[in-house]
Design a protein around this ligand. Structure first.
Ligand SMILES: [Zn+2]
Ligand SMILES: [Zn+2]
Length: 151
C-alpha cells in the first residue's frame, strides 16, 4: 500500500477514534512510515525538517507521538524509547499486544504477532508466582538475515 493511501487510512482511524490527523501529526507519521527503523523524537525532528522544512520541537513531537499511540497508529519501543508506525494501519483488523523483532545491527524493526499463546502462558506462570502481567509487549533483540549475511 502506498504511503499516501496509508495516511488517508490513518486519518480515518483518527476520525473514528475522535481525533484529527492534523498537518503536524501527519508529518510525524509520514516520517515514521518512511522508515523501517524505529526513530527517536530527535530523529523525527530531523526528518520533518528535511522532508517538509518544518521545525518541530521534541516536546511537541512527544505530544504528537502520544496522540498517535492513543489512536493505535504508532508503537513505542520501551527498550530504546523509539517509535515505529504500526504495521497494521492499512488493514482493518485490530491487533493484540504487538511483538517486535529488533535487529541490533541495523536497527530494523519488524512488528509481528507470533506469541499470543506465549503471553498467555507467561501470564499463567506469573500468576502462579504471585504476579500479574501488566504489559506483554515483547521486544526481542535479533540480528536480521541481511546483517548476519554480511557479518
Ligand atoms: Zn501495530
Ligand atoms: Zn539487520
Amino acid at each position: 500500500m502506498k504511503s499516501e493511501a496509508v495516511l488517508q487510512r490513518a486519518a480515518q482511524v483518527c476520525a473514528d477514534r475522535g481525533g484529527k490527523l492534523t498537518t503536524k501529526r501527519r508529518q510525524v507519521l509520514a516520517g515514521l512510515l518512511a522508515s523501517d527503523k524505529a526513530l527517536s523524537a530527535y530523529d523525527l525532528a530531523d526528518k520533518c525538517k528535511e522532508a517538509f522544512g518544518v521545525t518541530l520541537f521534541p516536546m511537541s513531537i512527544y505530544r504528537i507521538l502520544e496522540f498517535l499511540q492513543t489512536v493505535g497508529l504508532v508503537h513505542r519501543l520501551k527498550t530504546t524509547n523509539k517509535f515505529i508506525a504500526c504495521a497494521h494501519i492499512a488493514c482493518d483488523h485490530a491487533h493484540d499486544t504487538p511483538q517486535f523483532l529488533i535487529c541490533r545491527e541495523c536497527n530494523r524493526v519488524e512488528e509481528v504477532g507470533i506469541a499470543n499463546s506465549l503471553s498467555e502462558g507467561l501470564a499463567k506462570t506469573l500468576d502462579a508466582l504471585g504476579f500479574r502481567l501488566m504489559n506483554d509487549q515483547v521486544e526481542l533483540e535479533c540480528v536480521c538475515h541481511n546483517c548476519s549475511a554480511t557479518a
